[in-house]
Design a protein around this ligand. Structure first.
Ligand SMILES: [Zn+2]
Length: 269
């Protein structure tokens, strides 16, 4: 157990209940496996995926203006004090010298993945979160719902033009809307990164037999929420993540539970 999960049991349970996930672990590892040889095969496939990722030139980059947002979350994470008996997990971008590497893959996948020592964020997810943050900053109530519905359709259909049209039509907004959208986007991205780091740091990729286990997602969510609190990063981006991912087809995001349920728990909190 580490400092990230050191909050009282009540807090942990509350956070843990709002299972979401912006992610999965490595691709193709969701199905339930039953035999030891299948577990071993899956573990090897995760290692292979990670090796391929590290050699993929499309996954060593950031999408330009996404760099600041990603570095912000990483830098905040790296400045967290460690307890005496804790191993150091310095996180790097795009390469971690002696720790975990966070990489952005320049493709339109709506996904983020955690491997043994690597976290991969796909630009499709980041762009979708950005547009959702802009919608939150700009709209309320029914207008917000409509904007998010349209955005989810555009994201699922990989309509990159629609992102552009959406942003051009509605942004830039007023200076206060722009700065609000930046705060929300930064928070949403930090939540996703910390969720994936949670999988990596807690060694979930090594429990190949358990991949797809909902309890691992709950742990990663709790880790992410707790890390946001420790770093002092705004938590409102969690709402952005839930709202847009809840509208995206479950086929896109395996295993995420009801966003309505999660949102209700967030209200309680
Ligand atoms: Zn996850």
């Amino acid at each position: 157990m580490n400092k990230f999960l050191s909050a009282g049991p009540g807090v942990f349970i509350l956070l843990a209940i709002f299972a979401l996930t912006a992610c999965g672990q490595a691709p193709d590892t969701y199905s339930v496996t039953t035999t030891k040889s299948e577990y071993q095969a899956r573990f090897l496939s995760i290692q292979e995926e990670e090796s391929k990722l590290l050699e993929n030139s499309e996954c060593g980059k950031t999408g330009g203006d996404l760099l600041d947002t990603i570095k912000y979350a990483i830098d905040k994470f790296n400045t967290l004090p460690l307890a005496q008996d804790e191993p150091s997990f310095q996180v790097g971008h795009p390469n971690g010298a002696d720790g975990i590497s966070v990489r952005v893959c320049a493709d339109d996948q709506l996904a983020a993945y955690a491997y043994s020592k690597t976290v991969a964020l796909h630009e499709g997810l980041l762009k979708t979160l950005r547009a959702a943050a802009e919608a939150f900053a700009r709209f309320e109530h029914d207008e917000l719902d409509t904007a998010l519905d349209n955005l989810a359709i555009a994201a699922v259909n990989r309509e990159n033009n629609l992102y552009g049209l959406y942003i051009v039509a509605n942004f830039p907004g007023s200076p206060s809307e722009i700065s609000r959208s930046e705060v929300l986007f930064r928070s949403a991205v930090a939540f996703v990164i910390y969720h994936e780091l949670g999988h990596t740091i807690m060694g979930h990729a090594d429990y190949a037999q358990a991949l797809g286990d909902q309890s691992l997602e709950l742990s990663a969510d709790a880790f992410a929420a707790e890390t946001l609190a420790l770093t002092g990063i705004d938590r409102e981006g969690i709402d952005v993540v839930f709202a847009i991912l809840g509208r995206i087809s479950p086929d896109e995001l395996v295993g995420h539970p009801s966003s309505v349920y999660r949102a209700a728990l967030l209200q309680v909190e």
